[in-house]
Design a protein around this ligand. Structure first.
Ligand SMILES: Nc1ncnc2c1ncn2[C@@H]1O[C@H](COP(=O)(O)OP(=O)(O)OP(=O)(O)O)[C@@H](O)[C@H]1O
Length: 291
């Protein structure tokens, strides 16, 4: 059985002679939550829109659920869910009307009421979409993305504008969809979202793949040196060590089991991501912009 949901080899997209996607290779396995991470303008949305069949490529091979998105038809499209970066237009229709109407596009769709509740809009079902707040309207986008019960769901910066409670609720929904077998391609700038949701993450810069892997171990962060800190006689002490388990055991033993303010910190996903981006030309550009 072919368990590859997305297969990309040598993908190129050019605008005015500049390659904004520049020889990208990626494989996304069925059932995984796969995150795309990269600075503004890295080529993430362009790549995703090619995978969705909404942009033409200039070179390379692309297969999404076994078909070329540039040529695939209606039955393929009905297996794809999309939450695009640009939000749904303000509508005079109510949330319930919009979601129910959208459902009729799909041969096999979820129950509109259940979906409205899942995205946390149950008490706003009778409100016109145009009267919702920005974050609530974004939740309508998510509802429309999942109403067709997609096999593959593209989420392009889905939680922008969400309040913290809505984000946690959204994460719960994504985990639920993933547990049911939906493959999810998530583009986000929130590193905590990547850590909370993604099985694997690809870091893209200037249209090229820099690294792909498990967010927990990306860039060797799980085995990188750790900073152990603690308080001794009222002073803050710090030690960088490649073997924090051993160091902490010694510290605990030396202090008869009582170490004040003990903490062990390994590089965060943000640390390794910024390091990777900083190592590239994009980082140099970002630093230049920041001056
Ligand atoms: N239709 C277009 N015509 C010309 N250039 C374009 C077009 N669409 C995108 N680009 C350029 O391609 C590059 C990649 O854009 P893209 O939207 O894919 O980046 P991104 O990684 O999704 O960025 P962000 O994080 O800001 O959403 C950018 O430099 C952008 O200006």
């Amino acid at each position: 059985m072919n368990d590859t949901a997305v297969h990309i080899r040598g993908l190129v997209k050019r605008y005015g002679g500049t390659s904004v996607v520049d020889g990208l290779d990626l494989d996304i396995v069925q059932g995984e939550v796969f995150a795309l991470l990269g600075p503004n303008g890295a080529g993430k949305t362009t790549t995703v829109e090619i995978l969705e069949g909404y942009r033409k490529r200039d070179a390379g091979t692309v297969s999404v659920l076994g078909e070329d998105p540039g040529r695939a038809g209606r039955s393929w499209r009905s297996k794809i869910g999309i939450v695009a970066q640009t939000a749904t237009d303000a509508s005079e229709l109510t949330v319930r009307e919009v979601v129910s109407h959208f459902a009729t596009n799909y041969p096999r769709h979820r129950d509109p009421e259940a979906v409205i509740n899942q995205v946390g809009l149950g008490e706003h079902a009778k409100k016109r979409v145009g009267r919702l707040s920005g974050g609530q309207r974004r939740r309508v986008d998510v509802a429309l993305g999942i109403i067709g019960d997609p096999e593959l769901l593209f989420l392009d910066e889905p939680t922008t504008g969400f309040d913290p409670e809505a984000r946690v609720r959204f994460w719960h929904l994504i985990r639920q969809l993933s547990a049911e077998g939906t493959t999810i391609v998530l583009t986000t700038h929130y590193l905590d979202e990547v850590e909370a949701l993604a099985n694997r993450v690809a870091v893209i810069a200037r249209g090229r793949l820099k690294v792909v892997g498990d967010p927990a171990t990306l860039g060797g962060r799980a085995t990188a040196g750790a900073v152990v800190s603690w308080r001794e006689n009222g002073r803050l002490m710090e030690e960088t060590t490649a073997n924090p388990d051993h160091f902490v055991a010694q510290l605990v033993s030396k202090n008869s089991g009582n170490v004040a303010g003990l903490s062990v910190q390994r590089p965060s996903l943000e640390d390794v991501y910024l390091q990777m981006i900083g190592d590239s030309a994009d980082g140099a550009e970002l630093r230049k912009e920041a001056v």
